[in-house]
Write a protein of this length. Structure first.
Length: 122
């Protein structure tokens, strides 16, 4: 749907490199091999084509597109906080954005607060 959103073509079937014509309209294309997921859409060509067309009836809203792009570009999980918690527990690693940059170096004030100068005076 990117070529349609970008205004390059009016419909996905008009885009030369799209499989939409083959999968949704039954147009012969010797470059296309049906994937198991496509074949699972229905028992006949007609049922699969109708089911495939239904997948594209509604365009995704801009907020959802933005969230997906940000997640993909940052390598983070997309979902609720509960979902992210479960993924982090399963993978034993963070799936959220961290604080940018490296950890802050301790300054002299941080070090002096940790020292007990009374012990040094004895």
């Amino acid at each position: 749907m990117n070529p349609v959103r970008a205004g390059m073509v009016e419909s996905a079937s008009s885009y030369r490199w799209s499989s939409y014509g083959a999968h949704a309209l039954g147009q012969a294309d010797k470059l296309i091999r049906d994937h198991a997921c496509y074949l699972a859409l229905g028992a006949t060509d007609e049922l699969r084509q109708a089911a495939y067309q239904a997948l594209f009836r509604h365009q995704m809203d801009e907020a959802s597109l933005k969230a997906i792009r940000e997640s993909v570009n940052s390598g983070t999980a997309l979902g609720s906080e509960r979902f992210k918690d479960e993924i982090e527990a399963t993978l034993a690693r963070s799936v959220r954005l961290g604080t940018p940059g490296r950890p802050r170096k301790k300054g002299i004030d941080d070090v002096t607060r940790q020292c007990d100068f009374n012990l040094m005076r004895k």
